[in-house]
Design a protein around this ligand. Structure first.
Ligand SMILES: [Zn+2]
Ligand SMILES: [Zn+2]
Length: 398
């Protein structure tokens, strides 16, 4: 340890380690491909394979999305994957290949990837191969002006048709604006349907006459047996009623034998002051590695209908997706919301969603990596030429 590291030894050490990192990346990609094939990531509020990997590996979003992109193309890119397993190319090089190279050119491109830097690869491949199949689905024109509403079972259906293109454009812009506002507020998954609901929220919230706004409230009835149904409409699935009453978006009317007994419990709706406190404390959805931060719902850890108080020690922020998933029973939440690391999320079998890391196993013996790295020479893209793999029909070529 006393000896100073000289340039040659440093270069050798870093090179060997880089090759070993590449080999481990290859193993991680192969496992990821299997995770995808077997749907092993799904459930318990995990949004995607990427989300699963982000929680399990602790890597950032971009690295994780690279791993997944490559994993999805493993069977199509055997040559470059072989090089990665040998430790002869890096994850970043393979990622560029997976992004741009058609399967029919996999062999030639892999050959080039060995000697090119990441930016040379990007420059060389992005210009050489380009997407050809961008198909657009044409929209069907509508004729009459009408709004049809039907609600049955678990489905609500609204159809709006008009031959007045200006009125149609107005409705469209209103929905798009509302969707965009949700997006800007942090709900990156807001759809046009969410936009339409948002338009409705705003319109009802803008009513100033209290008697009028009362007339157009959405009421949900809850009885002592735990049944719930929408006012003048059918039964509500439990998880839907729980989620909306938790948020204070529905006004519950307690009933016994069909007769209202009281209108809610005081303090059910999270007061603005407490809400701001919780949002500021949590700064985002508390589910592991969830990136929703702007559009948040405040959840009662002990559900409000089970007597949970509206108090910071019982409240936490969740995005609408995870709030919904939790009330559907995908995962449970334990612990103390007031502590920044105080919560544990478990799947329906009781397993913690965040990794419990055992002692690292002893390092397995791998063949030494064949690490050379890019040549670092200047690249003239006009001299690039890739041949399709032998046996490729001419139509499959880019
Ligand atoms: Zn809730
Ligand atoms: Zn979330």
């Amino acid at each position: 340890m006393d000896e100073r590291l000289d340039w040659v030894t440093a270069s050798e050490k870093v090179g060997t380690l880089s090759g070993q990192v590449a080999q481990l990346h290859a193993e991680l990609i192969d496992v990821t491909a299997q995770v995808i094939a077997d749907d092993a990531w799904a459930g318990a509020g995990i949004r995607s394979v990427e989300h699963f990997l982000e929680i399990q590996t602790g890597l950032d979003r971009h690295t994780v999305s690279k791993l997944v992109k490559i994993a999805r193309r493993v069977p199509e890119l055997p040559e470059v994957m072989g090089l990665l397993r040998q430790g002869s190319v890096t994850l970043d090089q393979v990622a560029v290949v997976a992004q741009h190279a058609p399967a029919a050119f996999s062999a030639d491109v892999a050959e080039f990837a060995q000697y090119a830097t990441v930016s040379q690869l990007r420059r060389g491949l992005a210009g050489y191969f380009h997407d050809t199949d961008r198909t657009l689905t044409p929209e069907r024109p509508s004729q009459e002006a009408s709004v049809q509403i039907s609600a049955s079972g678990e489905r609500f259906r609204l159809t709006f048709m008009t031959g007045d293109m200006v009125a149609g454009a107005l409705v469209e812009q209103a929905i798009r604006e509302a969707k965009d506002a949700l997006f800007t507020a942090g709900n990156s998954e807001a759809t046009l349907a969410d936009g339409l609901v948002e338009v409705a929220h705003r319109s009802l919230a803008a009513i100033s006459d209290p008697s009028r706004s009362k007339r157009f409230q959405v009421l949900v009835h809850l009885d002592t047996q735990g049944q719930s149904w929408l006012h003048k409409r059918g039964a509500l699935p439990q998880h839907v009623a729980d989620r909306y009453t938790c948020q204070g978006q529905l006004i519950p009317v307690w009933e016994t034998d069909g007769k209202p007994v009281a209108v809610g419990r005081a303090q059910r709706i999270v007061p603005d002051r407490v809400r701001r406190l919780i949002e500021d404390r949590d700064k985002g959805c508390r589910y592991p590695a969830c990136h929703s931060s702007g559009y948040l719902e405040v959840h009662h850890k002990t559900h409000w209908r089970d007597g949970g108080p509206t108090d910071p020690s019982n409240l936490l922020c969740l995005c609408s997706f995870h709030h919904d998933e939790h009330h559907r029973g995908s995962f449970t939440i334990h612990g103390e919301p007031e502590r920044i690391d105080g919560l544990t999320f478990r799947n329906h079998r009781g397993w913690p969603i965040t990794p419990t890391r055992p002692e690292p196993p002893p390092r397995p013996k791998r063949p030494p990596p064949e690490w050379q790295g890019p040549t670092g020479e200047r690249l003239e893209t006009r001299w690039l030429s890739f041949r399709a793999n032998p046996g490729t029909p001419p139509t499959a070529a880019a």
